[in-house]
Design a protein around this ligand. Structure first.
Ligand code: ADP
Length: 544
């Protein structure tokens, strides 16, 4: 346990007197039951991935109590969520909804506004409402994790159904999709695979989107659009509503799969590799998200701390990396490509042959034979994930530092060699200058490439923490100058990232603010999320 002592108990949201806050809390307890309203007056326990805190960010990158909740509430149904929203409007108390609070690297469960009341939806609203084995769809509440959904599909004996899982399987299916998370089967674009939302608006109405608006429908999870404007988009990465139900399409079992791994020697190989990947990925010869990783992560994926490889300061030396990889089954290299082909043997062999022929055009490329890899090798974790089985292996690299934390820089580029190389050179420059260690992963969704730079730091080292935040800020600015924007970011960096999407005198943010003021006139829901501040907060020093 890593308990942090508290300074003042509890933190009260700005703009409300202490006594009135406690009066309001008593009122809410009467409505929801005492056991479902918890004031945050205990030491902050950072927990770990499987027991994440719901009061703050377990990987806090700033000091002390900047981003803590005043209280946590546990609704049991949509009606409870409405009650909470009405209550917050009455007392002007900011709310921060989370599904399961495992948004590590992007702020965890922490509210952007200190002292907001966290709505932990996942604790009690965790039902799998439907799995339809004929349509291959499901309908879930916020507390359904990938593990829970996977296990239920198995329990019901639906051998013909797969689910799609991200790198770590403990998070919420609904929460991940809302934040544009991805997975590694052909159904990896979670938001694209959703169909139907149930949302509680900031003024307390309940809306069902798509076919869900039609009473008596049996099409909510099979046709996402319904009739009229497709409003689902405004509920993702936003603060316009609390999503209480979400539907998804599930992938049919393809009748077999086979994972593969290629290594590439030189840094510059990235350019040629990405040029090879683009046409293969767009035409779906490469069927799942391309995953091109920098080899330093292999050392961290061993689960051993950095100090076992190198005790010195500054960025991890390249020779030490090569030294380790030389004796590893992967061999010395710079980039690793993890991929998977689907279908019966004869179908996938056709694709595997094309991929092999194309990848081997890069001088020095090597195919690693999975047969030589021990069952504990990370390759097999990728194989599980790419076939829809949740896994936790990915956690290993966080132990690079004692009390390891991470924060991500996630710019989007077209899948072009020159862009990938430019992003790599930019990241490398800051990597070396900062003296921190970066783990890099180029993920090609379909046409676009997301570079994920995970900057790892020791949570107990304030110097490393502030350096990590600083380097993120440099990267965001430099990327924007070159025309690249982030697809997702840490809550402390949201204002900066939102500010880079400034075309036509910030027209997009002006539109977002107009929507915010209309849907949430009292500005109670997740103020500041994605850089969107309600009128009550704007221009009062909240923006970072
Ligand atoms: P996960 O469930 O994957 O661990 P979180 O619960 O931390 O992820 O959700 C990630 C972010 O998405 C949260 O910080 C919150 O801003 C937003 N979010 C999550 N669930 C909901 C929801 N049901 N309604 C509205 N916003 C949500």
């Amino acid at each position: 346990k890593r308990l942090r002592p508290r300074q003042c108990l509890p933190v009260i949201p700005q703009g409300i007197e202490r006594s009135r806050f406690f009066f309001a809390i008593d009122e809410l307890s009467n409505q929801l039951g005492n056991e479902n309203v918890e004031v945050n007056d205990k030491p902050l326990d950072d927990g770990w991935y499987m027991e994440p805190p719901n009061t703050h960010d377990g990987m806090a990158i700033t000091d002390g109590e900047d981003l803590v909740a005043s209280a946590v509430v546990y609704p049991g149904c949509t009606d409870d969520v409405q009650k909470i929203v009405h209550w917050a409007n009455k007392y002007l108390i900011p709310l921060h909804p989370i599904s399961m609070g495992r948004n590590f690297g992007y702020g965890g469960a922490a509210p952007r506004v200190r002292g907001a009341v966290v709505i932990d939806l996942g604790k009690r609203m965790n039902k799998i409402l439907d799995i339809n084995p004929d349509d291959s769809t499901c309908l879930v509440e916020p507390g359904v994790s990938y593990y829970a959904l996977y296990e239920e599909v198995q329990r019901r004996g639906y051998k013909h159904l797969w689910i799609d899982v991200p790198d770590l399987g403990g998070g919420s299916v609904l929460g991940n999709a809302l934040d544009h998370g991805v997975g590694y089967t052909p159904y990896g674009d979670h938001w694209a695979m959703h169909s139907g939302l149930e949302v509680v608006t900031p003024t307390g109405e309940v809306v069902r989107t798509g076919m869900g608006a039609l009473p008596g429908n049996n099409t909510w999870q099979v046709f996402p659009y319904g009739f009229g404007p497709f409003i689902d988009g405004i509920f993702s990465q936003s603060n316009y509503g609390i999503v209480t139900k979400m539907g998804f399409g599930l992938m049919p079992n393809p009748g077999g799969h086979e994972s593969f791994l290629y290594t590439f020697e030189k840094e510059e190989d990235l350019e040629q590799l990405v040029e090879i990947v683009r046409p293969l990925r767009i035409s779906m010869i490469l069927e799942n998200a391309a995953n091109i990783r920098h080899a330093l992560q292999v050392l961290a994926l061993s689960g051993k701390p950095r100090s076992e490889f190198y005790e010195g300061e500054g960025a991890f030396p390249r020779e030490k990396m090569n030294q380790y990889l030389k004796d590893h089954p992967y061999g010395a290299c710079t980039w690793l490509y993890f991929g998977t082909c689907y279908g019966p043997k004869e179908t996938r062999q056709l694709k595997l042959d094309i991929i092999h022929r194309e990848f081997m055009k890069v001088p020095g490329a090597r195919r690693i034979d999975p047969e030589v890899l021990p069952p504990s090798d990370y390759f097999w974790s990728r194989d599980k994930i790419a076939s829809g089985e949740p896994d936790l292996e990915e956690l290993a690299w966080v132990n690079w530092w004692p009390n390891g934390g991470h924060v991500a820089f996630s710019p989007v580029a077209p899948t072009r060699g020159a862009d990938a190389l430019r992003l790599w050179q930019m990241a490398k420059k800051h990597w070396i200058a900062s003296g921190l260690d970066f783990f890099l992963d180029f993920v090609v969704g379909l046409r676009e490439l997301h570079l994920i730079v995970e900057c790892v730091y020791d949570r107990d080292d304030p110097k490393q923490r502030s350096k990590a935040l600083e380097v993120m800020r440099f990267l965001i600015d430099e990327a924007a100058e070159k025309g690249y924007g982030e697809y997702r970011t840490h809550l402390l960096l949201s204002d900066q990232v939102a500010g880079t999407y400034s075309w036509n005198d910030n027209a997009l943010m002006k539109f977002n603010e107009k929507l915010k003021d209309c849907l949430d006139p009292n500005g109670i829901l997740a103020p500041g999320r994605s850089g969107i501040w309600p009128a009550r907060y704007r221009g009062r020093g909240w923006e970072l």
